[in-house]
Design a protein around this ligand. Sequence first.
Ligand code: FPP
Length: 240
Amino acid sequence: MMVAAAANPLPRHVAITMDGNGRWAKTRGLARIAGHKAGLTPVRMCISECGKRGISALTLFAFSSENWSRPAEEVGSLMGLFVESLEREIAELHAQGVRMRFIGERRHLPVRLQARIAAAEERTANNQGLKLQVAVSYGGRWDIVQAAQALARECSIGALRPEDITEERFSQSLALAGVADADLVIRTGGEQRISNFLLWNLAYAELYFTPKLWPDFALTDFDDALAFFSNRERRFGRVS
Ligand code: FPP
């Protein structure tokens, strides 16, 4: 008897640590920034594929709190790349119905990048398609601390009681408020670490690691990651 295959579930929220740009450039005798530029191709692919497949959220780790300690030249080039790519891509993202947000410690960013970010968020705020979060100057611990500070401020003025701080209420103060928890985290570049990415929001995520360097991450690799997810049994601490 033929048994219908169970529908392969798609993740609602995919989060990606895009690692390996520097090594990709080095093997070609290029400057590291050339690797970051080449990393834009898989960024476009993932955004468009998530949109096409009806995945509701995508979060990309573009620059961590720790990345500020890289050489000034690389940091400056990366900030320039963020500004340029936002200028160039925002019309297309808007046309795709993408709602774009940036998460991270914004006040540390160059003023012209802050302005581009504000403009991109405002322009796409009412879009109903993919929720795209770009993490820049982001750290999972920073996010938890800023949420704790916001809640403590509310308590200190009497607007909130400590006993009313539930997991739900806490989540609403995090950078990803309103976005479902990550179901699938992909990390390229061979390291098998979280490296201070979405600590709270990946509590139950499936973790997919691949040695592929980010600029080489192709559609077939994205398909492999989704197939890995669909084959996992997710129990959230319960029994089968
Ligand atoms: C990590 O590779 C990658 C980064 C720090 C930058 C990622 C940024 C992009 C791909 C550009 C995306 C832009 C937008 C607007 C989303 P690495 O430099 O740590 O590589 P390595 O481990 O080989 O040195």
